[in-house]
Design a protein around this ligand. Structure first.
Ligand code: HEC
Ligand code: HEC
Length: 363
């Protein structure tokens, strides 16, 4: 496969490719910083977060968002924060088949990573939240997750003077800055900073040495077998929706019949079992796989994809090669200093662990 790739670039790039083999940097790529010609379906991760619609980023907003992200008192039990299920020490996931939330209740889906999530076309496996700010309001209210309510969250924040001061400073033009929406905007700003540049990005920017030969061979397979048809763009995924089982429907253990995916959002039968192709950045450290979270081994997940999405049985060697490439998508993890959170007061609503007092809600 490597040979096919090189053969395609013979011509104008032939000399460059040969020089690259001898260890010299590929002059043309280095000059433009653009991806190799056959990899234009991907894009390198930018150095900085993209602008957020209606939510200008400031350092103070990012800091506030970080505090909120780590504050378990936003949950009804005072036990669960965003970081419980999107643990930034663990690649932004909880390593559970499906997440466990309020009162030890298990939710229906695997938690996707928050890392680089700002670049996804929309949030959730079914894309039902248009952006991170809309998304952040879901888990707080979901009865099986943080089990709170907008009123309870605002009451909690207003009962803690340092939060009131910080919201006032971050949203200076607003008469009543401590709102559920502003909480979501601050969390979104923090999440947008959680980017993980990898060696694959250096490769896309023209550093031909950034990937080892076996990783490049895996990348060639990833492209030539058709994986990149759905897992592409800046997040190597996250950019569109596809049926899970384009060619062959996976078994009901992997694709539970009760979860119809995007059809629940669009109410269109043609979206039955349609899910967003997830980002494959950091996939090597974020098992288990699929929205059902039942597959632990990345090579097994690749095998499922070959059969279900492409109708091809990949050989063990091909799977190993693709997995080797996927591991190169594990990027430098963001260094996050654990925040010291302001003390609650007598006015802060006390923790409730019971499940039956939970409001219903949708995440
Ligand atoms: C109890 C575990 C749990 C908690 C707590 C939780 N999440 Fe999630 N999160 C999930 C699960 C499960 C999903 C996927 C749900 C779905 O797709 O239907 C998800 C999805 C997401 C996504 C979408 C990522 C993507 O690729 O689509 C983001 C972003 C996110 N959560 C951020 C947050 C933030 C911010 C908080 C805190 C306000 C939070 N989560 C709290 C479990 C949790
Ligand atoms: C037709 C589009 C399509 C093609 C082609 C495709 N995928 Fe996927 N991929 C998806 C979708 C959609 C999902 C999410 C399935 C689910 O869990 O509902 C997914 C999930 C995955 C996952 C699980 C990621 C996670 O975090 O849970 C991996 C790994 C993966 N794909 C790798 C591959 C590889 C490797 C190939 C090529 C052999 C490939 N995919 C081909 C659409 C595609």
């Amino acid at each position: 496969m490597k040979r096919t790739l090189v053969a395609r670039s013979i011509g104008a790039l032939g000399l460059v490719a040969m020089l690259a083999c001898q260890g010299a940097p590929p002059a043309e790529q280095a000059a433009t910083g653009s991806p190799p010609a056959n990899l234009t379906m991907f894009a390198a991760l930018p150095d900085a977060p993209p602008p957020l619609a209606g939510n200008p980023m400031t350092p103070a907003k990012v800091e506030l968002g970080k505090m909120l992200y780590f504050d378990p008192r936003l949950s009804r039990s005072w036990l669960i924060s965003c970081n419980t299920c999107h643990n930034l020490a663990l690649g932004g996931v909880d390593l559970e088949q499906t997440s466990i939330g309020h009162g030890w209740q298990r939710g229906p889906r695997n938690a996707p990573t928050v890392l680089n999530a700002v670049f996804n076309i929309a949030q959730f496996w079914d894309g039902r939240a248009k952006d991170l700010a809309e998304q952040a309001k879901g888990p707080l209210q979901a009865s099986v997750e943080m089990s709170s309510s907008p009123d309870r969250v605002v009451e909690t924040l207003k009962s803690i003077p340092e939060y009131v001061e910080r919201f006032t400073a971050v949203f200076p033009d607003e008469a009543d800055p401590v709102t559920f929406d502003n909480m979501a905007h601050a969390i979104e700003a923090f999440e947008a900073t959680l980017l993980t540049p990898s060696r694959f990005d250096s490769y896309l920017r023209g550093d031909a040495q950034a990937l080892a030969a076996d990783e490049k061979a895996g990348l060639d397979l990833f492209v030539s077998k058709g994986c990149a048809g759905c897992h592409n763009g800046v997040n190597v995924g996250g950019s569109n929706y596809y049926p899970f089982g384009v060619v062959q429907k996976p078994g009901s253990d992997i694709l539970p019949p009760g979860d119809k995916g995007r059809a629940a959002v669009t109410h269109s039968a043609s979206d039955d079992y349609v899910f967003r192709a997830p980002t494959l950045r950091n996939v090597g450290i974020t098992p288990p796989y699929f929205h059902s979270g039942v597959v632990w081994d990345l090579s097994d997940a690749v095998e499922v994809m070959g059969n279900a999405q492409l109708g091809m049985a990949l050989t063990p060697d091909e799977r190993t090669s693709i997995v080797t490439f996927l591991a190169s998508l594990t990027g430098t993890q963001p260094k996050v200093e654990y925040p010291v959170l302001p003390t609650h007061t007598a006015a802060t609503p006390r923790p409730v662990w019971q499940v039956d007092t939970a409001p219903s809600g949708q995440h």
